[in-house]
Design a protein around this ligand. Structure first.
Ligand code: TYC
Length: 102
């Protein structure tokens, strides 16, 4: 019922807030022992980066302590962290990879 005035209600919010799934930054941490070439290989293999991009990110981690490698959904980020940690462990390198909500 519109109360007879012809007004069917006022739309208070014209722009509805669209829900997006949260994104997660995947980060690589520096250490003193993992060889630079191994880190470059990891970035190429698991993140689909070119050799040049991988070398640049590796150097950023080496100089600054850490760097964001990519931003992904929770499930993809979790998979990448697991793959990197597993690969590093299998090669007996102390390389650390973590994820953080954006
Ligand atoms: N600091 C290492 C070295 O001098 C190289 C390195 C870079 C290690 C990035 C880890 O995430 C890393 N051999």
């Amino acid at each position: 019922d519109d109360g007879g005035d012809g007004d069917l209600g006022v739309v208070l919010e014209t722009r509805s807030k669209t829900q997006r799934p949260p994104l997660y930054k995947v980060m690589l941490l520096n250490d003193d022992y993992t060889p630079m070439e191994f880190v470059v290989h990891v970035l190429e293999r698991f993140f689909g980066l070119t050799h040049a991009q991988s070398f640049e990110i590796m150097l950023t981690v080496h100089k600054r302590g850490l760097a964001v490698v990519g931003v992904f959904s929770f499930e993809v980020a979790e998979t990448k962290v697991g793959q990197v940690m597993d690969f590093a462990r299998r090669h007996q390198h102390p390389l650390q990879c973590t994820m953080e909500k954006e």
